[in-house]
Design a protein. Structure first.
Length: 73
């Protein structure tokens, strides 16, 4: 930086994330869950993690939970 130039600062806000989740219990032993996440990054996130804030950043997931009962009263 040359003398007389103002210092540049970065916004502390990295972005927003939208998370959606849904679940379904089949019975006491088996349940299903699914989710979706979308990240809306800013240029501050670019500086921290690299990449481009213009790129789409999302993920989806599914989960099967099985809770077997070994001992019954």
């Amino acid at each position: 930086m040359e003398a007389g130039e103002p210092e540049s600062t970065m916004d502390a806000f990295p972005g927003n994330e939208l998370d959606l989740m849904a679940g379904f219990n089949l019975n006491k032993t088996i349940s299903f869950m699914a989710g979706y996440s979308q990240m809306f990054a800013t240029t501050s996130m670019e500086a921290i993690k690299g990449g481009s804030s213009e790129e789409v950043n999302n993920r989806a997931w599914n989960m099967l939970n099985v809770k077997p009962v070994f001992l019954r009263n």
